[in-house]
Unconditional design. Structure first.
Length: 282
C-alpha cells in the first residue's frame, strides 16, 4: 500500500474518532473501537493450486489495524438514527513476492423503530476498498437491507451492488446475518454469523461465489471509561473457478463508549472479505 493510501487510512481513522467524540458532546450516544489484527489464511486454492503446490495468493500471514465508530441519536415517535463507519486494513508480510494488502471502508446509516413490539429498521451502506493481491481498487458499492430484533436474536438481510465501472471486485451480493449477545464473567460475548451469495466478477462476466463469516468477540472493562476486547473473525470466500480461502482474523483492541454507548444491537456488517478478495478471485 502506497504512502498516499496509508495517509488516507490514518486520516480517516483520526477523523471518525474525533467526529464521534464531537457528537457525544452534544448528548448523542456512540462508541469508538480501535484494534490490531493478524490474519492467517488456510484452505486456500489459487486457480485450483494449493499454497504448497505453487499457489501464491492468500498464503502468508498479514498484520493490520482497524477501527469502528458509531453515533446514535433518538428521534421523534420512538425512531433512532444510527450512523457507523468501519475501516479495516491489512498488509502483506512478504512484499517481495506478493502484494496482498487490503483496505476496506464502509459507511452505514440505520433508521430503527424502537417503539413497536418488535424493534426493526432499514439501513443503507456505501463502501470502497483496495483489492487484496491485485494492487487494484475494488469498485464503489451501495447496499440496502432490513433488520429486526427477535427476542434476543438480531437478524439482518439485504444486498450489495457495484456502482462503478472501474476497479476489480464483486458485481452483486445477497446476504443474511444474525447474532446474539451473552453476559460472561464481568463482560459480554458477542456472536454473529453471515452468509452471502453473488457474482464475484465485476463487469460482463459471471463468477458465482459464496461468502461465510463467523465472528466471536469478548468485551470487558479496562478502566471506568474504556473497555478492552479480543475477537475472532473467520471469512470463507469460495468462487466456482477453483479459487477459495478461509481467512482467520484475530483482533485485540479497545472500545470507548461515548455518552453511555449505543443502545440498539445493530451495526453495519464488515464486508472486507467479499469486497477486497473478489479482485483476485475473478
Amino acid at each position: 500500500m502506497g504512502k498516499k493510501k496509508s495517509f488516507i487510512a490514518a486520516g480517516c481513522l483520526a477523523a471518525f474518532g474525533f467526529g464521534a467524540t464531537a457528537v457525544s458532546a452534544q448528548d448523542a450516544t456512540g462508541e469508538v473501537s480501535l484494534w490490531l489484527q493478524g490474519n492467517v489464511p488456510s484452505f486456500t486454492l489459487d486457480d485450483g493450486s494449493a499454497c504448497d503446490a505453487g499457489g501464491t495468493e492468500f498464503c502468508a500471514f498479514t498484520g493490520g489495524v482497524g477501527g469502528y465508530a458509531a453515533a446514535e441519536v433518538g428521534l421523534a415517535n420512538g425512531w433512532t438514527l444510527l450512523g457507523d463507519l468501519t475501516l479495516d486494513f491489512h498488509i502483506e508480510s512478504d512484499t517481495g513476492t506478493r502484494d496482498e494488502h487490503a483496505l476496506y471502508g464502509g459507511v452505514g446509516i440505520h433508521m430503527i423503530d424502537t417503539s413497536a413490539p418488535t424493534t426493526w429498521g432499514m439501513f443503507g451502506v456505501l463502501g470502497f476498498g483496495d483489492a487484496a493481491s491485485d494492487n487494484d481498487s475494488a469498485p464503489l458499492f451501495l447496499g440496502l437491507g432490513a433488520e429486526a430484533l427477535l427476542n434476543d436474536v438480531w437478524v439482518q438481510g439485504g444486498g450489495l451492488l457495484s456502482v462503478s465501472d472501474q476497479g476489480d471486485g464483486i458485481e452483486n451480493l445477497l446476504f443474511v446475518r444474525a447474532g446474539k449477545d451473552f453476559a460472561l464473567a464481568n463482560g459480554s460475548l458477542s456472536t454473529s454469523a453471515a452468509l452471502g451469495i453473488g457474482d464475484f466478477e465485476e463487469g460482463s462476466g459471471v463468477d458465482r461465489g459464496q461468502w461465510v463469516q463467523l465472528s466471536v468477540r469478548y468485551d470487558a472493562p479496562l478502566t471506568d471509561n474504556i473497555n478492552w476486547f479480543t475477537a475472532y473473525q473467520g471469512d470463507l470466500v469460495n468462487v466456482v473457478n477453483n479459487d477459495r480461502t478461509l481467512m482467520h482474523t484475530v483482533q485485540l483492541g479497545i472500545s470507548i463508549p461515548l455518552g453511555g454507548g449505543t443502545t440498539t444491537p445493530f451495526s453495519t456488517p464488515n464486508f472486507r472479505a467479499p469486497i477486497t478478495y473478489a479482485g483476485e478471485f475473478n
